[in-house]
Design a protein around this ligand. Structure first.
Ligand code: SIN
Length: 279
């Protein structure tokens, strides 16, 4: 395995076959993920079963709420794509836009997300990552102290309402996604990192008595969190397997010319722990 660290977040890995890792090699990869937070492993050739088996080495997989985009026969894989075949969309064409951390609206949000690129556009369609531990550390001590006491409401219902093109939620989806409250400053359970655990207003709301002030503060924090010095872009190649730690990173998809180009990415989400507040 050859690893080369990125400028801000993550590392690129070459000369590695993820479906042929013994326990020691997997432990090294897991340590690299903990250290770099995001790994882009180039030139993988994975079947759906191999992709799922590799993801399961990090922990149990959570199925996405939108079951219409599960891969047929492999519900663990959520398909992201603009491709339509025989009148049927292969996946969700508009997933992941807007800064977020995955499945934040669950009591046990995603620890590790894995995306595997089958087809990518020649330009655009990058994924941006922002390090919420660095942005938290860069805040004045008084602001850090104020934020440590706060919680935010994370809501799939709100996210769904912000996407009017989706069909109404089913009773099962509603039952699976009650609103959840997480600390705003989260301590990583495996290392000393403390980061801001916040997404944009579409699905996350700071809990302050004054909602106008909550929105203003949240937007101010998000603008700070995604400043250039905290952000890294991943430029996709077909065969890339990208995995990242959602506990102290947020990310967003970016646009591409969906009329001219095809994008097909498989995603799976490894369940994490209940977020721990940093004190
Ligand atoms: C996601 O946020 O789950 C997907 C990101 C991407 O497709 O770039």
């Amino acid at each position: 395995m050859q690893l080369s660290a990125n400028r801000v977040i993550g590392a690129e890995i070459t000369r590695l076959d993820v479906h042929a890792l013994d326990d020691d090699a997997f432990a090294s990869l897991d340590q690299a993920l903990l250290r770099h937070q995001m790994l882009a492993i180039r030139e993988q050739r994975l079947t759906p079963d191999q992709f799922i088996a590799f993801a399961r080495r990090f922990g149990p997989i959570d199925l996405h709420v939108l079951d219409r985009y599960w891969m047929p026969g492999h519900p663990e894989i959520y398909v992201i794509s603009n491709i339509v075949e025989g009148g049927r969309p292969l996946g969700n064409p508009r997933e992941g836009f807007g800064w977020h951390t995955d499945l934040n609206y669950f009591a046990n949000p995603t620890a590790v997300t894995l995306l595997y690129a089958i087809e990518v556009p020649p330009e655009g369609g990058e994924t941006l990552f922002a390090d919420t531990a660095r942005s938290f550390a860069a805040l004045p001590a008084s602001r850090q102290a104020e934020l440590r006491g706060l919680r935010a409401c994370h809501s799939y219902r709100m996210l769904h309402e912000s996407r009017p093109w989706l069909p109404p939620m089913t009773p099962e989806q509603i039952a699976r996604t009650p609103d959840i409250h997480h600390p705003v400053v989260r301590r990583h359970p495996r290392c000393a990192r403390e980061g801001l655990y916040l997404c944009d207003w579409s699905n996350t709301r700071l809990e302050l008595a004054d909602e106008t002030e909550a929105r203003r503060l949240q937007e101010e924090l998000l603008a700070h969190m995604v400043r250039g010095e905290f952000v890294e872009a991943h430029r996709w190649r077909a065969g890339d397997l990208v995995l990242w730690d959602n506990r102290t990173l947020i990310h967003t998809a970016t646009e591409y010319d969906r009329e001219r180009h095809r994008r097909l990415v498989w995603r799976t989400s490894v369940r994490g722990e209940v977020p721990i507040a940093a004190h």
